[in-house]
Design a protein around this ligand. Structure first.
Ligand SMILES: Nc1ncnc2c1ncn2[C@@H]1O[C@H](COP(=O)(O)OP(=O)(O)OP(=O)(O)O)[C@@H](O)[C@H]1O
Length: 599
């Protein structure tokens, strides 16, 4: 693990999933299943053969009836042949069915593993800046939900659809051979059922969108109610919050009832038309007519009675599989969108950072998130080894963006960032993260032991080194007071306050021992006692390193060696605290304001 892994992704951003470069035809499921296409095809063929075999016993029974009711008396040989054929088909169906299942499940296991590896490999190469709260949600959804949807499609739905298509087709071919007129009549429920199904599903996309919209409103109202309950109660607005939830729930219930009412007639009619008894009734009624009119032999009715329901029965199942296929295609598109996030280009022949690894130079640097609005412009700034440089400026002036360009969270739009004289784009990512550590406001602690959290950036560090770092970060005593000391697990028996978490992340950065450290002013939320401890921890961290500090309160950086004042993405002023006060410009005004406010 590297220092980069210490990154926090605090800011909510609009750039969740960059629009994938749209090729002429969006790659879909077909491309994703390429590695298992052979096995999947074999499984589908086996399932198709199993579906044919599943119809053969019915056909054999019909032939058995024909042999037993033959005009010249029962044909024993033919009857036995039919019976054995039925038994053979049943056994073959069982074997083929099992083979198909085994094949798809094996293929599916490889498919999921391959997809997860592809995702992990790809996400390991996308810019760190891409990882925001929103994109984390997308990654979670793709890695868990979408892959699970595709699992269902590959392992189950593909076979269900094959059986649902091939079995009735087999029956239909046989029935057409027996009596094509009765066979066409047997298709009638299918036509009627399909008509009603289409009606029941009309406006499907719009209805689905409204369904999710309505459901989303209920979810938001619940989340708002739960998250904001303390504020809402404190302001005595409980009934208002409940009303928002009640309104959302009511409107969902009205929509749902209307929707069900409007589709019930059509879907019930479809279910009725496609039901087994309806098919049976039709087969016997038409069959009776045909026999009494002398248009068909009575024995020819047997296959229609046996196989008629098989033709229509599978259509309802197909309609449900249709939903699964739609879901699978949607998931495939989501995964593709993730795989299409442009990776950060890596140098083919990386260069190690130069001798003076603590020197950071930003030269002629501009940056834009969306390619339209420039968030940083014409930045020239040098961070000298062993010094502290502070970035100050109004909210939104670009401090965090600038700081994050040093460890190459993104590539600059123009200009360069050099560490030890080497362009960060030419440094191999692992080397770069050994060179730069960062501590951000909301440190991410992993749900593992305190010890492993500290040695994240140097997994091979021994216990003495870990404890030394914890001492220097003024957190050792707090750790030893935990139930299992350094072996306590974060979130289980180690629940730390904001300031304590901060000091733990400082210990982590100390142990990682990178010459350059980027720091988001760490003390803004800590209580005075904790703040003093964090400040001491930071001083330990600063010794001998190049520090870039994002400062929100000027008091904490008045002793910095260099202060750069950002305004609208440009460096408006820079110098020491005293120099900037003498300049009597933006910094001096901010200083006067904060002093007045008591910051
Ligand atoms: N990931 C992002 N995608 C798009 N725009 C962003 C992103 N992060 C920040 N911005 C925009 O870039 C500009 C600079 O933001 P930045 O967070 O760097 O400012 P800041 O000075 O650090 O602000 P603050 O003090 O509030 O943290 C803002 O207009 C912000 O909305």
């Amino acid at each position: 693990m590297t220092g980069a892994a210490l990154a926090d992704t605090r800011e909510g951003t609009p750039d969740t999933l960059p629009a994938p470069e749209t090729p002429a035809k969006p790659p879909g499921l077909g491309e994703l299943i390429t590695p298992i296409r052979g096995r999947l095809t074999a499984a589908i063929l086996a399932q198709a053969a199993a579906a044919v075999c599943s119809m053969i016993p019915f056909i054999a029974v019909a032939e058995l009836a024909r042999a037993l009711l033959a005009p010249g008396g029962p044909d024993e040989g033919r009857a036995w042949a039919a019976a054995w054929t039925a038994v053979g088909a049943l056994v073959a169906r069982l074997v083929l069915y099992a083979a198909a299942g085994i094949l798809t499940h094996h293929a599916d296991a490889d498919f999921q593993l391959d997809l997860r590896r592809r995702l992990a490999r790809h996400l390991g190469r996308v810019p760190l800046g891409w990882f925001t709260d929103n994109s984390s949600g997308e990654v979670k959804k793709a890695a868990a939900d979408d892959i699970s949807t595709l699992h269902h499609l590959v392992a189950h739905t593909a076979l269900e659809v094959t059986a649902a298509l091939v079995a009735p087709l087999t029956a239909l071919v046989y029935l057409l051979a027996v009596d094509w007129r009765l066979a066409l009549v047997a298709l009638l429920p299918l036509v009627i059922g399909a008509y009603f199904l289409k009606q029941a599903m009309s406006g499907g996309e719009e209805v689905t969108a409204r369904f999710f919209g309505s459901m989303g409103a209920v979810n938001s109202a619940v989340v708002e109610l739960v998250h904001g309950i303390s504020v809402i109660k404190a302001y005595g607005r409980t009934s208002r919050a409940h009303r928002a939830y009640d309104d959302a729930a009511d409107s969902f219930s009205v929509f749902f009832r209307d929707w069900i009412m409007s589709t019930t007639r059509a879907s019930t009619s479809a279910a009725l038309a496609l039901s087994g008894p309806a098919a049976l009734l039709l087969a016997t009624a038409t069959g009776t007519l045909f026999v009494t009119q002398g248009w068909a032999d009575a024995v020819d009715l047997v296959p229609f009675v046996l196989l008629g329901p098989a033709i229509t029965g599978s259509v309802m199942g197909l309609a449900q599989s249709g939903h699964a296929v739609q879901g699978g295609l949607q998931s495939a598109r989501q995964i593709h969108a993730l795989l299409a996030v442009p990776p950060l280009p890596e140098a083919t022949e990386p260069t190690a950072p130069g001798e003076d690894g603590g020197r950071v130079e930003l030269e002629g640097l501009s940056f834009s998130y969306d390619g339209v609005t420039e968030v940083l412009r014409d930045i020239d700034l040098t961070l000298r080894p062993g010094t502290v440089t502070a970035l100050v400026g109004a909210s939104g002036s670009g401090k965090s963006t600038l700081a994050r360009l040093v460890p190459r969270f993104w590539d600059t739009t123009a200009g360069t960032v050099r560490i030890g004289g080497t362009d960060v784009r030419d440094i191999a990512p692992a080397d770069l993260y050994r060179q730069v550590s960062f501590v951000f406001q909301d440190p991410h602690l992993l749900r593992t032991t305190v010890r492993d959290n500290i040695r994240l950036g140097r997994p091979d560090a021994d216990d003495t080194a870990v404890e030394r770092a914890a001492h220097a970060a003024h957190i050792h005593e707090r750790i030893t007071a935990l139930p299992r000391g350094y072996d306590s697990v974060i979130g289980e028996d180690a629940v730390l306050s904001g300031g304590e978490s901060q000091r733990l992340s400082v210990a982590r950065a100390l142990l990682a021992d990178a010459p350059v450290l980027v720091l988001d002013e760490a003390t803004s939320f800590a209580d005075p006692e904790s703040e003093a401890a964090v400040q001491q921890a930071l001083s330990a961290l600063a010794a001998g390193r190049t520090l870039l500090v994002i400062a929100h309160r000027l008091a904490t950086v008045r002793d910095a060696d260099h202060i750069a004042v950002l305004d609208g993405g440009r460096i408006a002023e820079q110098g020491t605290h005293d120099e900037l006060l003498t300049l009597d410009g933006r910094y001096a005004r901010m200083w006067a304001l904060q002093k007045k406010g008591g910051a």
